[in-house]
Design a protein around this ligand. Structure first.
Ligand SMILES: [Zn+2]
Length: 133
């Protein structure tokens, strides 16, 4: 993710990403909105669950990356089921959002070998052409 988007996430959610500064967000900028909204939801859910907003208790993302065309978020410590549910939803949503430009990618296209010869990425038609030709 580019510097500008990385800084937006780090400055908006400093506690959530307190241990991610070195590694950054290992996915394309097309997923910025998804990551931003997911971060907001993780925080909202944590507040609702009564999690104290301290660096010992608040969720801490240890890894945020693209893997096999999907968004994966891992935490340092075990997080509550409600937070896990938010992360699972983000994982599903990432399957239909182009990782480079953020446009909608129909799920069907992902499994059509003619449209997508390489299954391990989520890109729209234009970005795929740009990436592979
Ligand atoms: Zn695209």
């Amino acid at each position: 993710m580019n510097e500008c988007n990385t800084e937006k996430l780090l400055s908006t959610y400093p506690l959530l990403y307190r241990n991610l500064r070195e590694y950054g967000f290992q996915c394309g900028d097309g997923w910025f909105d998804l990551v931003f909204k997911t971060s907001a939801e993780i925080e909202a859910v944590s507040v609702r669950e009564g999690t104290p907003k301290t660096s010992a208790e608040w969720p801490s993302v240890s890894c945020l990356k693209e893997k096999f065309g999907t968004l994966r978020v891992q935490f340092h410590h075990r997080v509550c089921d409600a937070v896990e549910a938010v992360v699972s939803t983000a994982y599903l949503k990432s399957m239909v959002v182009c990782e480079l430009c953020g446009s909608h990618v129909p799920l069907q296209a992902q499994y059509d070998s003619k449209v997508q010869p390489k299954h391990s990425e989520t890109l729209c038609g234009d970005c795929r052409k740009a990436a592979h030709f």
